[in-house]
Ligand binder design. Structure first.
Ligand SMILES: CC(C)(COP(=O)(O)OP(=O)(O)OC[C@H]1O[C@@H](n2cnc3c(N)ncnc32)[C@H](O)[C@@H]1OP(=O)(O)O)[C@@H](O)C(=O)NCCC(=O)NCCS
Length: 194
């Protein structure tokens, strides 16, 4: 587990003193692409879906086959994000990726979902909680997962292949058994799919 202060936006680390000109230019291009992505967030048109996919593929340095990202999807710390094939992320989702976020193939994330990969330490009685160190805990979402509307997935969680997470759930513990349906706050097994 890594523990250091939260980075901003793209999750940049402080520039190294011997950072080469090429690296600086690459960073600048990434910043421009991210700026364009942010300004495309509200546009619903299919052209913008394609453009968002193209920009994310460049930023993530990955083929993003059939990715659909709907308007107003915030992605923080994209350098720690990996996305599988045929993934859709719907309106108003919030992906915090600074701690590492892996999304498998054939995943559908419904609108208003938050996926968190960081949380504050809170054990120092003197320092305000917001000033205490931030823990970075990766989240892994398996293949063929359907995450319902307005779900919250907390830092450090893994979700097994074939899981359905019911609308409004807060997932506080990893889901290890494949092909189950979980729901509620906190999310609990409601049934098996088959
Ligand atoms: C999880 C879900 C798929 C389950 O659907 P289902 O198989 O038809 O389940 P049922 O309606 O038979 O419900 C089984 C039990 O779970 C409960 N339950 C179902 N969904 C729930 C949810 N989201 N939160 C809490 N409890 C839920 C039901 O109340 C029922 O409880 P009971 O046995 O005490 O009566 C569905 O309820 C759901 O949340 N779908 C997400 C929809 C969505 O977000 N769509 C976005 C667009 S893709």
């Amino acid at each position: 587990m890594k523990s250091h202060r939260l980075s901003f936006g793209g999750g940049e680390e402080p520039p190294s003193p011997n950072c080469s000109y090429v690296l600086s230019m690459q960073r600048l291009c990434q910043k421009i692409l991210y700026f364009v992505y942010f300004n495309l967030m509200s546009l619903p048109y299919e052209f913008c879906v394609c453009l968002r996919r193209y920009i994310l593929a460049k930023l993530l340095n990955q083929e993003l086959e059939d990715l659909i990202v709907r308007p107003w999807v915030y992605i923080y710390g994209y350098r720690k994000l990996s996305i599988g094939k045929n993934v859709s992320i719907n309106h108003n989702c919030f992906l915090s990726c600074d701690g590492g976020l892996e999304i498998g193939d054939n995943v559908s994330i419904a609108h208003g979902t938050s996926i968190l990969t960081t949380q504050h330490s809170y054990d120092d009685p003197v320092i305000p909680i917001k000033e205490q160190t931030v823990k970075f805990l990766p989240v892994k979402i398996g293949d063929n997962v359907w995450i319902g509307a307005k779900v919250t997935i907390l830092a450090g969680i893994s979700i097994a292949d074939g899981t359905i997470v019911g609308a409004g759930a807060v997932v506080t513990k990893s889901i290890t058994e494949p092909d189950t349906i979980v729901a509620g706050v906190p999310a609990r097994l409601i049934k098996k799919r088959f």
